[in-house]
Design a protein around this ligand. Sequence first.
Ligand code: SF4
Length: 707
Amino acid sequence: GPQKVDRQVDSVCPFCGVGCLVTYQVRDEKIISVKGREGPANEGRLCVKGRFGMDYIHSPDRITQPLIRKEGVAKDLELMDGHTDWREVFREATWQEALDLATQPLNALRHQHGPKSLAGFGSAKGSNEEAYLFQKLVRTGFGSNNVDHCTRLCHASSVAALLEGVGSGAVSNPVRDVEHSDLIIVIGSNPTANHPVAATWMKNAAQRGTRIVLADPRITDIGRHAWRTLPFKADTDVALLNAMLHVIVTENLCDESFLRDRADNVAELKAHVQDYTPEAMSAVCGIPADTIREVARAYASAKAAMILWGMGVSQHVHGTDNVRCLIALASITGQIGRPGTGLHPLRGQNNVQGASDAGLIPMMYPNYQRVSDKSAHDWFEKFWDTKLDDQPGYTVVEIMNKALAPDTDPHKVRGMYIMGENPAMSDPDLNHARHALASLQHLVVQDIFLTETAWLADVLLPASAWPEKTGTVSNTDRTVQMGRQAVLPPGDAKPDLWIIQQIAERMGLNWLYAGEHDGVAEVYEEMRQAMAPTIGGIDWARLNAGSVTYPCVNAEDPGQPIVFHDHFPTKDGRVWLVPAELISAAERPDADYPFVLITGRQLEHWHTGSMTRRATVLDALEPAATASMCGADLRRLGLQAGQTVRVASRRGAIELQLRCDEGTPVGTVFVPFAYVEAAANELTHAALDPFGKIPEFKYCAVQIQAL
Ligand code: SF4
């Protein structure tokens, strides 16, 4: 029969950006099961992570007491191997002592070396309120704009292209709008693994006749539901997309009235794509010219067609160019601004949209107001009643480089505060990133586990897991939703919002958020004022009653799931089209490193694995790191599935088990990045897209050896 529960608490799934609503079933102060709830993104559906992944919060690995690095214990990179007892490295402390020891060195570094010697990484796994307060702390307390988070590793290039082109970095249409599409292009994305409930809406649409085009070097599960699959060669997105643009332009399939009324730089784009014939580009991208023509015609002539993309598009040195091409495709065909059309960069983390909106980025205040824009700068100086730096701060990878800068560099980063992020696993070229973290004079880490990053901390502040606190998150569809505290944090762990305020107080900031749950509603209301054109109509009471999609400007506004009906939020209301050239990956295969490495995720594990590898069911489903290759490559190398191999790049080497996956292209190996014992990012390359500053996680050269 049904299990008896003490209470049921409504919240949002803490894993991916789809934003499924859940109800926790609580018994004896433990979450014993999770039910899907009727929400706009999920209608009661959940994937395996949302359904079975929640017991990470009850893991015995939780940090339950503030910890201080013991006197004289060096920041040894080997300590994070999982075999070290934390007591060898840290001692327990009271909150009072830990908070003082966390903050005093930050104050001293600022005093001695200036505001730019400090930096903060906030989190896309926390609430909007935490993100907002964290960036406010860095800008007003640390005194610089050196604040960033994992959006830099995710859709930074998409956001750069979208802000430039359409004036807004968010999606134009929600995922469920695929119901109204007669064709969808899924490019550089494996939605079944990474946005599983979103993938179910795509599959349902396909059953009803929507044609799915999967354009991806890896043919993943969604390919089984596709009308056409385009397994283009990794790194050749622009070749494929420019060839499609060429077909649409030369065969007069453009929506000329849309272009006349709503687009600029059209002639330049049309002239640029003339040279990119399907025949010429077929040789580059490996897709037959006829297929390129067929798909381009189908997209242009569809009544409503939508493009959805993921990290396969964004994580390249030409990630911004890739997205410029997608914007051009949607614009020249008029496939935007109506139901079933538009551009949807599928957001990864549960709150990466909201954390970015809230200003957890170095070049923008809340609501994407540029720190370099005088009126925005002046507005926030008044709003926060303090002096603010008007120079953009450094981004994630730049901050790591600045940590290793010579002592003479006036912008050398010496002290950091990291809340809920794990750059010692998630950054590219991990040896570099880990050395950078270890070299800091002072590192404060706030997390729920002793993550790989936390092992390098001077002070470790035990935080709360998502089901232990109340706050809001914004999903990939721009829908703001409330999560509620279901259980108390274990031991002496505290809500992140409380910890941020304690640090702020010790930096001399006079904040007063006195209400329930550490003043979460007051923080939200302050953020709402700073973001009036976006969420002005969504007050706390409204969120308490249900989900609302922004833009929502006043109490009567029901929220706008579909945007760009009649104008774009650019200066002149028109879309700006940007031609893109072919640019090669930063590191290509050669005789020594003949294989291409593609990193990514898998269904059962979440990002760096700190949560899901501590979730019993998920860990049992995928207990070990694997490298996937196709059968032809295995035979060619005389290797077998199940065998352990060494995968090495110029930057590092890992050992893991081979898996045969016919969806992996010839000459390529796919490795998920969730496994510390075989951390894929030890191999990756830190080359950056010049616009989004996103690293090239999706392409570098490796060699493979049998062990
Ligand atoms: Fe959670 Fe995403 Fe799965 Fe929904 S699809 S249950 S939000 S992980």
